[in-house]
Design a protein around this ligand. Structure first.
Ligand code: HEC
Length: 215
């Protein structure tokens, strides 16, 4: 009986420690939520990612509402409508020909992968050159996406730090994009709580009035 109990326990301990080990490999990235950081991320994304990836749930109007510089948005948007989504500049056919895969939509990417923003950050910076000169990725060795930020060829610490900053801004933007109405929801939450507090005190006051008459 005791042996029967111990075995599942050991398996459980092994799997949880394995899970910890694989999670520990991801640096924990705190995304920034300021307009400035999200705007820098949007800038980088439009330059470095938008040629291949779409963000179909984000419209140019969402960027305006969030407070990103209108002039920049106008330049990105060109003659597309304000309500047009951020569509990729590459057709699916062209992508299939180049990569054998259509690059995934990035709107919900920080939610789609385990590890969220930390995963995307590590993926963007995970490229390296193997001894036989092939570029690979620590997190996704067989990935069809090229090393767009160029981290694999960058050894200079200051330049690597610059790329880390860039990746950080990009994931901050992607985290915002995955939930663009988060701030609005919080604000609404405060209103609702305020309303309930006022209502509760009013009802309490009314209840006291009624009961004072009965006493
Ligand atoms: C030249 C085209 C191209 C560019 C530019 C590009 N990507 Fe990709 N990306 C791809 C392709 C192709 C895939 C599919 C990889 C696969 O599944 O093998 C991909 C996949 C991804 C994934 C999913 C990885 C996974 O776990 O499945 C993320 C996240 C991503 N790209 C983010 C970005 C970001 C952020 C940028 C800009 C910094 C960017 N990409 C720029 C082509 C591109």
């Amino acid at each position: 009986m005791r042996r029967l109990m111990i075995k599942p326990l050991v398996v459980l301990m092994m799997t949880t420690s394995l899970a910890w080990a694989s999670e520990a490999a991801l640096e924990n990235i705190q995304v920034e939520t300021s307009v400035a950081a999200v705007e820098r991320g949007a800038d980088n994304l439009m330059n470095d990612c938008h040629s291949c990836h779409s963000l179909k749930y984000i419209k140019y109007r969402d960027l305006v509402t969030f407070g990103i510089d209108k002039k920049k948005i106008e330049a990105w948007r060109g003659d597309q409508a304000l309500d047009a989504p951020l569509a990729s500049l590459m057709t699916d056919d062209a992508a299939m020909q180049s990569f054998g895969k259509v690059p995934p939509d990035l709107s919900l990417m920080t939610r789609a992968r385990e590890g969220g923003a930390s995963y995307v950050y590590a993926y963007l910076l995970g490229y390296y050159n193997t001894p036989d000169g092939v570029t690979s990725n620590h997190l996704f060795p067989e990935t069809k996406m090229p090393d767009v930020l160029g981290i694999s060829g960058t050894t200079e610490p200051a330049q690597r730090a610059e790329l880390q900053g860039k990746a950080h801004d990009i994931v901050s933007f992607l985290a915002w994009a995955a939930d663009p109405h988060e701030e609005e929801r919080y604000r609404l939450g405060y209103y609702v709580i305020g309303y309930l507090l006022i209502l509760t005190s009013l009802l309490y006051f009314v209840k006291n009035q009624i009961w004072s008459r009965l006493k």
